[in-house]
Structures are given as C-alpha cells and as structure tokens.
Design a protein around this ligand. Structure first.
Ligand SMILES: [Zn+2]
Length: 317
C-alpha cells in the first residue's frame, strides 16, 4: 500500500519486529477470544516520520470449552486461538453478509464469516497483524505528527464500546482532519486512555467537531477485536498516512474490497446486497487482459465506505 516513504535520508529503512509470546495465556475463564497484540517501541525520524516498531502477539494454551484437561487442537490452520489463513489474499471465506445486529455491519473493508467454520470460531491473525502494522506505520497516539492532525472532541459522551470492566469509559473521541480525511478516532486503548488518537471509533459512535459530524464504523483499527472476520486496510487510513507523513500510497479499495472480490478460481464477484436499497452504479470494462470495475456507492456505510472505488482484475480471457 505504501509505495514510497519519502524519507529525507534515502538510506532510511522501515523496520518492524514481530514476536509471538514464548508462553501461551491460560484462557480458562473467559473464552477463546482472550487474545491480544500490542505495538510499542515506536521510532521516528528527526522530522517525525515513523521508522518502525515492535509488535508482540499472545496465544492461548487452553480453550474455555476444554478447560480442565489438556487440549491439543489438531485442526489445520487454527492454533493458539488464531485462525491462520492459508490463502490470505483470497477473500472467498469472508463473504457472508450479516444484517444484524448493527455493530456487525459489513462494509467495503470488513467481511464476516459463518459460525462453526474455523475462521468463524477463531480470530483472524492476518487482520490482527495488519492492524498492528498500521500502528507501526504511524497510526498511533505516540506520533506527534499524527496527534497534531487530530483534535480532542470536547463535550461528547465517551466511547461506549470501550468501557472498562467497571463500566467506566476509557477514552475520548479525536477528530482527525487532514487534506483528504475527516475521520473519528478514539484514545481508548486496551481499556485505558492513550492520550491521543489511537484507534478508529466504533460503529455507532457520533461526534461533532467544528460543525462537522464524524461517525465511527466497523474497521481494521477499532480498539477491540470483537468480530471473527477479515478486516482490510481502508482508504481512510491510507489517506491519513499520505496526508500526515507524506507517504505515497495506493488506495486500498483499488487493491481489495468486499464489494468486488476475485476468488482463487478466477471468479469475479460483485455483491452490493449488504447495502440494501442503495442506488449504486457499477461500471465494467475490459482491456489488455484486465477487467476494470468501478463502483459508485449511492448509500454506502457511513464513516468508512468510499464513495467510489476502482480496481483491475486479471481477465481469464
Ligand atoms: Zn490497536
């Protein structure tokens, strides 16, 4: 997605170290979703561009349903509570449509799964790693440049999706305003207030800043991972990285989105049924061995869907 960091020093590299915890977490009490991943040790250039970070990911030794006896899961592609996608660029497994409850709304960048399948029972490691990589790329409360582009939204109710175990709110909304983006973030991070824009606000979040209304949505950078499904980098995140840090980016919707997907067998699926009565315009054209799909959404998911997306799939002809 990032094609050029435009570092002042051309020799500057972007380095991320990813570690899996050496010991698993005992998941005896809650359920098999008690997993975590965390990014820290951020580094920046003198002019404030991110140059790397360290990512730590946990895994589980037990599943609640099996507590009391050793549990060895021999199912392929699941382990330690994670779903390990053998084919991460084939989105076929994540094309189910959920229409309720509203916080399970799918959109161009969030796809869900069928309960009972491996990827429906376990959290998607791919989505989690990409979430953490986006923190490393600069979408974190530690970055002075990102924080400078965001504004604390005063006088709004706190993020009700991120209450601590005592029912207290744990963060504030931050309006991120850049040349191309007006997005709602929250400072909630692992049931604490990170003091800056750390995560994308949850679905249902509404805040007003400078006369503009900002909306949360299901998204890769939500604070809590409560959905078993695939979350992709969305256009908003890429445009923030472009506007705040001067990175060259390709729009993620042009690379992959759930409204038009290319299955592993070459089938191109265009599916806008999850949008209900939205008047959408789909334009198909073909040239030089590629099919070009342009989608203009009449009534996309607020806060996350792009008004227009365009991508090119190899044609089978
Ligand atoms: Zn996070």
């Amino acid at each position: 997605m990032v094609t050029n960091f435009h570092y002042l020093d051309p020799a500057q590299e972007f380095n991320v170290s990813i570690f899996m915890s050496p010991t698993g977490t005992d998941s005896q009490i809650i359920d098999n979703r008690n997993l975590s991943a965390k990014t820290d040790s951020y580094t920046f250039t003198p002019d404030g561009k991110p140059t790397g970070a360290t990512i730590n990911i946990t895994w589980l030794t037990w599943r609640s349903t099996d507590y009391g006896r050793p549990f060895i899961n021999t199912t392929p592609n699941v382990g330690g509570g994670w779903y390990l996608d053998p084919n991460p660029h084939d989105l076929t497994d994540f094309e189910d449509t959920f229409t309720s409850p509203p916080n399970k709304q799918t959109n161009a960048f969030v796809g869900l799964t069928t309960n009972g399948t491996d990827h429906g029972n376990y959290l998607d490691l791919y989505s989690t790693v990409v979430h953490e990589l986006c923190h490393a790329l600069g979408l974190n409360a530690t970055s002075p440049l990102f924080k400078a582009a965001a504004h604390l939204v005063d006088g709004n109710p706190a993020d009700m999706q991120n209450l601590d175990p005592m029912g207290n709110s744990t963060g504030n909304y931050w309006a991120v305003e850049t040349a191309n983006v007006h997005a709602l973030f929250t400072s909630s991070d692992t049931f604490a207030d990170a003091g800056g824009p750390a995560h994308f606000a949850e679905p249902g979040a509404v805040a007003t800043y400078n006369g503009r209304t900002y909306l949360g949505a299901n998204a890769l950078m939500n604070s809590r991972d409560v959905l078993n499904g695939r979350k992709l980098i969305d256009d908003t995140l890429a445009l923030i990285l472009h506007d705040v840090y001067g990175f060259d980016v390709n729009l993620p919707s042009s690379i992959a989105n759930f409204y038009d997907t290319l299955d592993a067998d070459g089938t191109l699926r265009i599916d806008l049924t999850s949008l209900g009565g939205s008047d959408d315009l789909v334009t198909l054209s073909a040239s030089n061995g590629f099919v070009r799909v342009q989608i203009n959404l009449g009534d996309g998911i607020p806060g996350i869907d792009p008004a227009q997306s365009t991508n090119h799939s190899p044609s089978a002809m």
